[in-house]
Design a protein. Structure first.
Length: 429
């Protein structure tokens, strides 16, 4: 059989089994088939039969078997968990699949209203099994690597040979050859090792625990990294706009899906620029506002002893503390503790005259807006970038905010993910 494309996969097995009088060749994916069942129900029986005819009669006793004539049909069978048994010019198929549904847990970090609920596994073999069952293309290539001088962590790279950017693949292989690390345990560590600059706050790779997101990105030409011991996959090359897509978007009606995407970009603008613009307008250009609104804010801040930039940075830091506390505390008490803490902190600060009521509203809007962004790694980058923009706004007013915005866009345009532009708008979708 001509299975040149499939033989490039490290989980594809071609095994010849010989006896004195006859021999057979087995083809299967070890990520899709149960090798224990293959050994017990095919190889052991093969050695215990007296002739090829007796063995083939045994093969026909399987509930799901067939004799096929076209190699294309055989390839399709391979992706459905079948073992191909070739003897002379005949091709038999037997289903001995391994589907690891019971080993999968529910996705907890990327919630969706519709669509699959399962997540990837910490075992590469199980994750690969799930992905191959959802992406049944003979062009899907799986290559294994080992990273970490002490940990010897297994790493599997997946890509569609017809769709992926081969320049990005060459760039990746060069990166992997130059990785020098003692221990590798997570997708986040691998991302840092693959980035050109360790000080870049923006994620240049998508991280996900969802098999459906992995399959969708494979069909868009991206490269997927599976790490042994981590249930998170790394996807690249990524663009800035990939981080604003939810797996609910393809499920929703087109108008609804586009509306939700628009909401996320509005939330991005609010959480990124609203604090800086508030400081700039209050400090330098209150005449921009309507007279009633300007007087309202001025009256509200009479008792506040701090300038507006110190007031907003103080409240944003308190919000950051609450957010971190919700992550670090046990799940049973984190939500109630941070909710009560936030209410008490906001009310007490307002009554003490440390912050104005308008400022609390601004912080609440900014805090809510950032959680509309679906990918957590982008949250962290946006949270950091807001502070330099506030400083620019406090020093130079609205002009400073505009300078900061242009500097941010220029910086993003200069970033590369596996050699591809980070701000590439019309990537493969």
């Amino acid at each position: 059989m001509n299975l040149k494309n499939l033989k490039e996969n490290d989980d594809f097995i071609e095994r010849e089994v010989k006896k004195e009088s006859f021999n057979i060749t087995l083809y299967y994916f070890k990520s899709l088939c149960d090798e224990n069942r293959i050994s017990e129900h095919i190889i052991s029986i093969f050695y215990n039969t007296d002739g090829i005819h007796e063995f083939l009669e045994y093969v026909k006793s399987f509930e799901e078997w067939s004799l096929i004539e076209e190699e294309k049909t055989g390839v399709e069978k391979l992706f459905n968990g079948f073992v191909l048994i070739t003897q002379d010019d005949k091709i038999y198929t037997v289903k001995l699949d391994k589907f690891e549904v019971r080993s999968l847990s529910e996705s907890t970090e990327e919630s969706v209203l519709q669509g699959p609920k399962d997540s990837l596994s910490e075992k590469i073999g199980i994750s690969l099994n799930v992905i191959r069952n959802r992406y049944r293309q003979d062009t899907l290539i799986a290559k294994s690597h080992t990273v970490g001088q002490s940990s010897k962590t297994s790493l599997m790279i997946l890509y569609d040979n017809n769709l992926c950017d081969h320049d990005a693949l060459v760039h990746l292989n060069n990166k992997l050859e130059n990785i020098k690390v003692d221990i590798l345990q997570s997708a986040g560590q691998l991302q840092k090792l693959l980035m050109d600059s360790k000080w870049c706050p923006f994620p240049l790779f998508l991280t996900t625990e969802r098999p459906d997101r992995v399959v969708t990105n494979l069909s868009q030409g991206k490269i997927v990294f599976l790490i042994e011991g981590s249930s998170w996959a790394l996807l690249g090359p990524a663009s800035f706009f990939d981080f604003f897509k939810s797996m609910d978007d393809p499920v929703e009606l087109p108008t609804v899906g586009k509306f939700f995407i628009l909401l996320r970009y509005i939330a991005l603008i609010i959480t990124l620029f609203f604090p800086a613009l508030y400081v700039a307008v209050i400090s330098y250009s209150p005449e921009i506002l309507k007279v009633q609104f300007a007087l309202l804010i001025a009256g509200n801040r009479i008792s506040v002893p701090f300038p507006s930039y110190a007031e907003i940075i103080f409240m944003m830091l308190m919000a950051e503390f609450l957010s971190e506390a919700s992550i670090r505390l046990p799940r049973t008490i984190s939500s109630s503790a941070t909710t009560v803490g936030g209410l008490i902190l906001g009310q007490a600060a307002s009554q003490a005259g440390l912050v104005g009521n308008v400022m609390i509203v601004v912080i609440a809007v900014v805090a809510l807006s950032i959680f509309v962004i679906p990918i957590n790694s982008m949250h962290q980058a946006i949270r950091i970038i807001r502070y330099p923009l506030i400083i620019f706004g406090s020093l130079f007013g609205t002009v400073g905010v505009l300078i900061g915005a242009f500097a941010l866009i220029a910086y993003l345009c200069n970033l590369r993910s596996l050699g591809r532009p980070y701000m590439q708008l019309f990537a493969n979708h």
